[in-house]
Write a protein of this length. Sequence first.
Length: 218
Amino acid sequence: MGTKERRIRERNDRVKQIQEAAKLLFFKKGYQGSTIEEIAKLAEVSKGTIYLYFKNKDDLYVSLMLSGSEIFRLRLMEFEKQLNLGKFKNSLEFMMGYYEIHAEHYRDNPGGLRIFQTFQLGNLFLLLPKEDYARISAGGQENFAISRRIISRAIETGIIPKVNPMQLSDIIWAVFLGNVQLGESKLVFTKKNHLMDNLKLSFSLIAEGIKALESNFF
């Protein structure tokens, strides 16, 4: 490995180290209650080191949001690729495919999702500069656009019946976030984790609802 490659890897490792510490602190103390000094201490770096990579606390917080959004976008794009290759033959397979990418997203980045939920539920967009909120919003809108495109394609190919792509996309995301919020809340008190089982059942129930539409049940 050359000097340039090693420096890039070291930089990426340091950024990840800072972001992981920020996730823990933001979730524990909230956005307003956290400071760069505390994040630096938890990450075991100097305050100046953080400023080498992030302009301020806002920039660090936004980086967490954008990172999660970008990772999920890649998963959606891979899902769309599999759909176009004909991997899914019916509504159940299609919805279980959606389940898989959401479950994978949670497993790989639970801390990032906690930050996202805190952002939404706490109306933290009111605290961020408009340009930072615009960056976060743009990433979310792009993901929803891909999801709606996926659903539209599934309708065109006859995998699912004609539904409103925007509504179904919203329902899928709401079911995902709702299960995450409830599952993690119950885990604190019961010490039992049923999140994935509940999430899988939720997506299968959506598939059953779509199947009912196919038979003109509604």
